[in-house]
Design a protein around this ligand. Sequence first.
Ligand SMILES: [Fe+2]
Length: 270
Amino acid sequence: MSEHRPSPFPVLRDNSVCSLIQAAEDVYQVRFKNRAANAYLVRGKSRTIMIDVGLSSNYPALLECLEHVGCPPDKIDMVILSHEHLDHIGAAYHFGGRTIIAAHRLAANKIMLRDDFSMLRKMFNEPDVPINIDIWLEEGNLIDLGNFRLSVMYTPGHTSACISLFDHEKGLLFAADTLMPGGVMGGVFGSGSISDYIQSLERLKGLNSKILLSGHGRLSDTPQDDVRIALQRSHGLLSDTAQLFDALDARSNFEPIMQSVRDLNKLDDG
Ligand SMILES: [Fe+2]
């Protein structure tokens, strides 16, 4: 497996809060050491964007990383939010005003309505500050940065509002919580669905992706393997869910099923 060979991705900076890692030319991952999701900077020839920004409490560390690569927030044209969970979007309000903020329309709706249940506000204990979404994205939108062209793919399952971004030419797949290295899945939350998840993974499997840039964990240069494992697990989760319903019906002991759900995502994440 990939974690046994040295990482091909250089670490540019590392402290107690986060690491700054180069994923490709002009593409950087900020990997936080707490529960915050990864933030990505893509510096194109004509436009510069971020994909997710992590928790608001990490904003000072994020700023230091951006400054390290000579890209302070006033040079960032757009922040794209992968979905509504606050571990991905908590720091977004710091960018409001000067930077355009975009999310899938279903995520935008939840965020604009300040739907704390959907955004997991209790879980992440983020300040109750509004985040305004300027552009409501849809499947098929294209974000053209000059030398990067990112297609917006609607990939629901983890929640109803998840998007992935794919650069066909460079094979860069920003999959947020839909697909993680080693086939780890982000789980199915309130508005999500395991069936939608499987369909989204099938779509990601069909891409000619070379680097997987996920919402959590390391970068991966084996996205094809990762998606294959995630698909196997998601089918396992689907059948476990079916068994769980049967068990509830029969009022029988469903501890073995609960255990298998707990075991499902234990593997990997180096
Ligand atoms: Fe999430």
